[in-house]
Ligand binder design. Structure first.
Ligand SMILES: [Zn+2]
Length: 94
């Protein structure tokens, strides 16, 4: 019997899923309804899906579209630059 081991709905609109023969360790990876590959072992499977989640997190924030200007004085120095107003990532200093 083939069971669904994992499913992930990605931001790009695709649904990724992993199917495995019950008790087995060879996972068939599907994108939507199309098989796109296989991974062997639960560890590899976890890595693959973790990677998809991480990738979505990165794509989520287009930092330069959300850039905000900052300026402050500290110890006689004037600091200014840009940082992302959404995730707080430092983009540029002057
Ligand atoms: Zn950002």
């Amino acid at each position: 019997m083939i069971v669904k081991a994992k499913e992930y709905k990605a931001k790009n609109g695709h649904t990724y899923s992993a199917h495995v023969i019950e008790g087995g360790s060879l996972y068939m990876i599907y994108r939507n309804d199309k098989m796109m590959g296989q991974v062997n072992g639960k560890k590899k499977l976890e890595e693959l899906f973790d990677h998809m989640v991480d990738k979505d997190k990165v794509d989520e924030c287009n930092c330069w579209d959300n850039a905000v200007y900052y300026e402050f004085n500290q110890d006689g120095h004037r600091y200014h630059g840009y940082e992302c107003g959404v995730c707080g990532k430092h983009l540029q200093s002057g």
